[in-house]
Design a protein around this ligand. Structure first.
Ligand SMILES: *[C@@H]1O[C@H](CO)[C@@H](O)[C@H](O)[C@H]1NC(C)=O
Ligand SMILES: *[C@@H]1O[C@H](CO)[C@@H](O)[C@H](O)[C@H]1NC(C)=O
Ligand SMILES: *[C@@H]1O[C@H](CO)[C@@H](O)[C@H](O)[C@H]1NC(C)=O
Ligand SMILES: *[C@@H]1O[C@H](CO)[C@@H](O)[C@H](O)[C@H]1NC(C)=O
Ligand SMILES: *[C@@H]1O[C@H](CO)[C@@H](O)[C@H](O)[C@H]1NC(C)=O
Length: 568
């Protein structure tokens, strides 16, 4: 979760750096970035922290090495460090003063070190710690005084440890606290002393058997995650005033007996409880009475695991006004029909993957006016032609139906390619891009290029949106000049919004010149940090050959969203 975000940003920095041959040196075989003052030393087989890195280093990434000991001297040479990552080593000894030179430490991560000694407040001299990660490190106690010194807005991750108790009496304002996958059995006055104001508290995947109402109702927490904890509906009914809650509901009563029917009123105790995301697993249920979900009116995401249910009527969801995402995957549903009563909720995402549908009635999706994605993958009995036809009628972006992916889809678009560029790059497009496309993919000949070819009679940004929507792929040509142009960035935002909406990789960035990371606008960095496709135009001929090959590959495959039906 947190880490993956960090990694993806690192990934991009590393790739951009290597592709653009920025000025770097290889010290102690780490790649160092002079402008960022970062040293990337991951997975280098180090047993000790290298001593010959830039003295004013701000970021040091040492994950996946063989460090075992951190001494008082280890970081003395790098007093300016703000980010330090030590994940996936085997650190078992840390001298009391090891981190004291790091007065500005901001992001600290020592996850996945199974023998890490207990961390104490006295070890840290920084007052700006705002991201503290010691997940999956066999932590049995975590002192409240460290929590008390964390900066406002901190993310603290203690996932996957062996915590059964906490005693944190501080009241500072933190952002997210991950305590998932620990061994908390009780949330009680004795075992869970917690007084921080927090946006999100993740307690999922703990074997919690008992929650003391008075404890949880005194929390200053906006959002609690209780997925996979074994808490039953009747147990949550008395607390969580004003707390947004994600939870997992299992289908047993107190005696362990299974329910067979979700009766009208089953969830009524949850009425007004500010639930946000609910994951219900009740394998024995074979019937849902009308209004069975009453009480869940505020839930925005509902995941149903009802392995015995063979038929579902859209009307059972009536009244779930906030519901936007419904997942009914891996059930055994055979039929879905909206004939007698169409849908009357504002769903955006509907996931019906992994069921046993043989056919879905024409009326199955009646009433789903706001639907944007539908997943019908892994329904092996459904006919391909039927799915195609339905989706065509629905004009949906359809995710996850592998077999349907083929090049013919391109024919359903009005254009093969839309090219977005700044005037300044006309020359590059005319001299290089267009001839290469003509030579290498002659059948991609329906091209809308530049502002002049946009649809007439539309507002500018509407026309940009139209061109992207109607094209199979959109190429964005990026240069210094383009980045200076406000309109160009508005175009970029318009296209990015559309691409995010439909969920395909239809947008490709082409840098025609070298641009430093820190000159890139936020939106473009955001796009790149998502591992989205981009290419940099190289000077040499061999590089250019490779460039065209990559571009053609990006143009001809459609990842992630396998099938896209253009609106008429
Ligand atoms: C990691 O450190 C512990 C304790 O010092 C040791 O017992 C273990 O063998 C080490 N593991 C590896 C893979 O080096
Ligand atoms: C390391 O520093 C701490 C104080 O910051 C000191 O108490 C300790 O004795 C030092 N250890 C060594 C081995 O120098
Ligand atoms: C929690 O810690 C405080 C000191 O910070 C201590 O006074 C108190 O007894 C502790 N409570 C429990 C239940 O351990
Ligand atoms: C919890 O914090 C509040 C301030 O946010 C404070 O008034 C209260 O005394 C604290 N409670 C405990 C048990 O520390
Ligand atoms: C649809 O739901 C709304 C709000 O819950 C309700 O007012 C309306 O009568 C329902 N429409 C039908 C056709 O049931």
């Amino acid at each position: 979760m947190r880490m993956s975000g960090l990694y993806s940003i690192l990934f991009v920095i590393i790739t951009l750096t290597s592709i653009r041959r920025r000025e770097t040196i290889e010290a102690a075989s780490c790649r160092q970035d002079f402008s960022l003052k970062f040293a990337f030393c991951s997975d280098k087989g180090f047993r000790f922290v290298p001593t010959d890195l830039l003295p004013d280093l701000r970021g040091l990434f040492l994950d996946e090495n063989f460090l075992t000991t951190l001494t008082n001297e280890t970081f003395e040479r790098y007093p300016r460090l703000r980010e330090l990552t030590l994940d996936n080593n085997n650190i078992s000894r840390i001298e009391e003063g090891a981190f004291s030179p790091l007065k500005n430490l901001f992001r600290f991560s020592i996850a996945y070190n199974l023998y890490v000694p207990t961390l104490k407040k006295s070890m840290f001299s920084s007052h700006s710690l705002a991201d503290f990660n010691t997940a999956y490190s066999n932590v049995k106690t975590f002192a409240g005084d460290i929590v008390a010194c964390l900066a406002q807005g901190t993310v603290l991750s203690l996932s996957g440890n062996n915590l059964r108790k906490i005693n944190w009496t501080s009241s500072n304002l933190l952002s997210d606290i991950y305590l998932d996958s620990n061994i908390f059995r009780q949330i009680s006055k004795e075992s869970f002393i917690f007084n921080n104001s927090v946006n999100m508290l993740d307690l999922s995947r703990n074997p919690i058997e008992f929650i003391e109402t008075i404890v949880i109702s005194s929390f200053h927490v906006k959002h609690i995650i209780l997925t996979d904890t074994g808490i039953a509906v009747s147990q949550v009914s008395n607390f969580f005033h004003g707390i947004r809650l994600s939870m997992f509901i299992k289908g047993f009563d107190f005696t362990g007996a299974n329910f067979h029917t979700i009766r009208n009123g089953f969830f009524a105790p949850l009425k007004g409880k500010n639930l946000d995301k609910v994951d219900i697993e009740m394998n024995s249920i074979d019937m849902i009475e009308d209004n069975g979900f009453d009480g869940l009116a505020g839930v925005s995401q509902l995941q149903l695991g009802l392995k015995n249910l063979e038929e579902i009527e859209p009307s059972v969801f009536n009244g779930m006004m906030a519901l936007r995402s419904l997942t009914l995957d891996a059930n055994r549903i055979l039929t879905l029909s909206g004939k007698s009563t169409p849908w009357n909720i504002s769903l955006i995402h509907l996931n019906l993957a992994g069921n046993e549908f043989t056919a879905i009635d024409d009326s199955a999706f009646h009433g789903l006016k706001t639907l944007k994605t539908l997943d019908l993958s892994r329904n092996f009995k459904l006919q391909r032609w039927w799915v195609r036809y339905q989706l065509f009628l629905l004009k949906l972006c359809f995710i996850g139906y592998e077999e349907i992916h083929d090049d013919v889809d391109r024919g359903e678009f009005e254009y093969d390619i839309a090219i977005m560029l700044d005037e300044a790059d006309d020359e590059w497009v005319n001299q290089h891009l267009r001839p290469a496309l003509m030579e290498r993919v002659p059948d991609f000949n329906r091209i809308v290029c530049g502002d002049e070819e946009l649809m007439l009679g539309m507002y500018y940004l509407d026309a940009v949106h139209y061109a992207t929507e109607k094209s199979f792929k959109t190429i964005f040509v990026i240069s210094h000049a383009a980045l200076q142009d406000q309109w160009f960035m508005m175009k970029f935002r318009t296209v990015l919004d559309h691409v995010n909406d439909v969920g395909t990789e239809k947008m490709i960035l082409v840098f025609v010149e070298d641009i430093e990371d820190d000159e890139l606008p936020f939106l473009i960095r955001l796009f790149l940090s998502d591992h989205r496709p981009y290419l940099v135009w190289p000077d040499d001929e061999r590089g250019q050959d490779y460039f065209w090959e990559e571009l053609i590959r990006d143009l001809t495959v459609n990842l992630r969203c396998n099938h896209l039906i253009p609106p008429n």
